[in-house]
Write a protein that binds this ligand. Structure first.
Ligand code: SF4
Ligand code: SF4
Length: 542
């Protein structure tokens, strides 16, 4: 069944981008909430679970947003507090020279043509209010100095456009001053949250995570059942029954991955890869029902929320008495772990500097956080010849790789995933240079925007990524787009279905699962999706 609603225009219509500038000045052009291009509000019950301000049921299409009476004062005080707390915010408010280098780097501007989706103008939505309230020139000269009052219309504009930024940081790569519009978005969202303006697809996962440990609200027995099901399925494919310990005290390593890996497709095939790998190397590890989520939607909500949700990782590592933590294929988990965990909830001095028990490699880059990424771990195993791999089992796949914004641009994980892919797959093709690695294009649906009501904007925002995939699809016959982020695995399939039919989406450890030769396994006839493997004679010209 298609994920694309009937109401969405066809690709040949959506692909024609209206680049006309509005007739009026941007300050005098009010926001229009267009169906398919905005996110629904958070439900009051999920806001209440988290003790968020002003819980109520409301819709962005309502005239009255049921704001608190003193909402202007709340936002003003919130901005004052953040300007004094985050030096970066103060600097970003003051130093933009409006050179425009960032303007055409945002996938939402490229795909929508809406000037307020230029990073420079998106930031200006907040900066104009900052000037009015916090600078002398703005107070005296007003609009001439680029300043404006914070009105309800401005607040509505903030909601529309700050929930139309995936915090991907592509624009920051091109800014000569290093202005990071993603950080501006994060703080603008914090301000919106102070008066109860949050979106459903960030607050519901946060509330679920807070109550049950994971975004999907899965309870411990559901988690255990799902892992057990995967163990059964892996046995059917390989003839090997693996052990998958849960809440095992004294295990050497705690493994944490996004909950989508054990409940959604195509994430689930990645899970089969982890299980097969850990069994084959005899890893002494454990899953946790409490730290049953790697992702952290707090990143899209507030710093306070990041901290609350992230705390379970160290708490569970302590409770179980492990030496260090291994992280699965996840995007924003990795940004939170490396950017915030150590100072927000650490240092975790009760853990040890991670050392691979199989190769003896010391992961010095993880000395501080005590958390290693699965692609670092697996690439190290391959480099040290610890795995028997048969890449021909992936000959039915012609793969390309989408650098997920957070692990790639934010943290520099460029080589490890590629090293793993090249060793498990014979047919790998890179997308054009200016669309990968540091300059990677976002999936268009991160930061809590991957909901169905926002589908048109998702497809517009994903257009640059889809164009690059189409290039390798047409040139090299690429038929799978690999990635290492749960949000990507959820949001890229409809993007491909719409813009580049014929390209599937998968995880890196899915291809590891196919290629890994397990000791004592039966002859494999299918890949982990149940698709028949190519016969030798069919692979000769590959
Ligand atoms: S590139 Fe940087 S300095 Fe130039 S307009 Fe964009 S944010 Fe401002
Ligand atoms: S962070 Fe990404 S989505 Fe947000 S303005 Fe920059 S390029 Fe656009």
């Amino acid at each position: 069944m298609s994920d694309i609603p009937e109401s969405i225009p066809k690709p040949e219509q959506l692909g024609v981008i209206d680049q006309q500038l509005p007739r009026s000045d941007w300050m005098d052009t009010p926001v229009v909430f267009k169906h398919g291009s905005y996110c629904y509000s958070a439900k009051s019950k999920f806001m209440s679970y988290l003790d968020l301000p002003n819980p109520r049921d409301w819709s962005p299409m309502d005239k009255d947003w049921k704001l608190p009476n003193d909402w202007q004062r709340i936002i003003h005080e919130g901005l004052r507090e953040r300007l004094s707390k985050y030096r970066s915010l103060k600097v970003f408010m003051d130093i933009c020279v409006r050179c425009g280098a960032c303007a055409d780097k945002c996938h939402f501007f490229i795909g929508s043509g809406d000037p307020k989706n230029m990073p420079v103008l998106r930031a200006e939505l907040l900066r104009s209010v900052y000037r009015k309230d916090f600078t002398t020139a703005g107070k005296i000269l007003g609009k001439i100095a680029g300043a404006r009052e914070l009105t309800v219309d401005v607040l509505k504009e903030w909601y529309y456009y700050f929930y139309q930024c995936t915090e991907c940081r592509r624009c920051s790569v091109f800014c000569p001053y290093g202005i990071d519009t993603a950080e501006i978005t994060m703080l603008a969202r914090e301000l919106l949250n102070l008066v109860g303006l949050n979106i459903g697809w960030t607050i519901e996962p946060c509330a679920n995570c807070f109550r049950t440990g994971n975004h999907l609200g899965i309870q411990p027995h559901g988690f255990a059942d799902s892992i057990e099901f995967a163990v059964d399925e892996l046995e059917e494919i390989t003839g090997i029954r693996v052990d998958a310990p849960i809440n095992k005290k004294g295990a050497e390593i705690l493994f944490i991955t996004p909950s989508a890996d054990y409940f959604a497709s195509p994430h689930y095939y990645t899970l089969l890869g982890y299980l097969a790998l850990f069994h084959e190397i005899g890893l002494d590890y454990t899953w946790s029902t409490f730290a049953s989520e790697g992702g952290n939607f707090g990143l899209f909500t507030s710093h306070e929320m990041i901290k609350r949700l992230n705390a379970k990782m160290y708490a569970e590592a302590k409770r179980l008495g492990v030496k260090w933590i291994l992280g699965g294929e996840c995007g924003h988990m990795w940004r939170v772990v490396h950017q915030y965990m150590d100072t927000m909830n650490g240092p975790a001095d009760f853990l040890q500097e991670p050392v691979s028990p199989i190769t003896g490699t010391r992961f010095e880059n993880a000395r501080s956080t005590k958390m290693v990424h699965i692609t670092e771990f697996t690439s190290d195993l391959i480099r040290n010849n610890k795995l028997k791999l048969d890449p021909s089992r992936n000959n039915h796949w012609r793969a390309t790789f989408h650098d997920s914004c957070n692990p790639a641009r934010a943290l520099g994980l460029f080589e490890e995933p590629r090293y793993v892919i090249r060793n498990v797959c014979n047919n790998f093709f890179e997308m054009p240079d200016n669309t990968i690695r540091e300059q990677t294009f976002c999936c268009g649906s991160g930061a809590g925007l991957g909901n169905d009501e926002n589908m048109e904007m998702r497809l517009r925002g994903g257009l640059p990524r889809a164009n690059a995939v189409r290039h390798v699809h047409e040139k090299h016959g690429v038929n799978i787009l690999l990635c290492m982020c749960a949000i990507d695995k959820a949001t890229l399939p409809p993007l491909m279905e719409y813009w580049v039919p014929g390209v599937e989406v998968g995880g890196i450890h899915e291809l590891v699962a196919n290629a890994l030769v397990l000791t004592g396994e039966k002859e494999r006839t299918t890949d982990v999706r149940g698709e028949p493997l190519m016969k030798e004679e069919d692979t000769k010209d590959v």
